[in-house]
Design a protein. Structure first.
Lengths: 114, 115
């Protein structure tokens, strides 16, 4: 069965600091990888996704993530965070074949102080 | 982007009663919708997949008779928690598939508290 681990449950940063949120998944086959974000009071929304090709993917608002197959990782990064990045971030994976079911990590709550 | 709306956003009910949560796709049609449940500090867990015009597909361990799912039209899916108990208190979120596999549009969630 697939599983997703997010190592940091809470992260507190000052504005302009760099961000890296860890995500590791467990699955023997080929997967699609996602990061979703939930800003305070808003719906979950897609931040970025990886299906194939260049393992470094860029998403909205300056976020990027790198797929490292050998490490089963898909870490999220941003060089310089802003107060408006305060949100909860979820890593998710689904198998390429068979039923397309998303499996989520437990989420990381990011607080950016001004 | 596409909008999925849930109602109610918060509901408090007495133990033993039933509660219905609606999930609507506002500007697109969804033949499939997904219902998730989230416990505090835990991940979103897929409960079931509702299919317009046919029976829902439940994940292992989810009680079909307790969590009734109906996909009445291409824009509406409902989750009814029957004979609710305090342990059913949770955050329930629905979603509909986007244009690419795994991409989902989420509702705002419904927080159920059973007294």
């Amino acid at each position: 069965a697939q599983s997703v681990s997010q190592h940091n449950h809470h992260v507190i940063l000052s504005e302009a600091a760099s961000l890296e949120l860890g995500c590791n998944y467990s699955y023997g086959g080929t997967v699609n990888l996602f990061w979703y974000v939930q800003y305070p009071g808003q719906h979950l929304q897609l931040l970025l996704k990886y299906f194939s090709g260049d393992p470094l993917v860029k998403g909205i608002k300056g976020f990027e993530a790198e797929f490292i197959k050998s490490k089963f990782s898909f870490n999220l990064r941003k060089p310089s965070v802003q107060w408006s990045d305060t949100a909860e971030y979820f890593c998710a994976v689904n198998a390429r074949t068979g039923f397309q079911k998303l499996v989520f990590g437990t989420g990381t709550r990011l607080l950016v102080s001004p | 982007g596409a909008v999925v709306s849930q109602h109610p956003s918060r509901v408090i009910c007495k133990s033993g009663t039933s509660v219905k949560i609606e999930c609507r796709s506002l500007d697109f049609q969804a033949t499939t919708m997904f219902w998730y449940r989230q416990f505090p500090k835990q991940s979103l867990m897929l409960m079931a997949t509702s299919n317009e015009g046919s029976k829902a597909t439940y994940e292992q361990g989810v009680e079909k008779d307790k969590f009734l799912i109906n996909h009445a039209s291409l824009t509406l899916s409902t989750l009814t928690v029957t004979s609710a108990h305090p342990e059913d208190s949770s955050f329930y979120i629905c979603s509909a598939p986007g244009p690419t596999p795994g991409e989902l549009f989420f509702g705002e969630g419904s927080r159920l508290t059973v007294l």
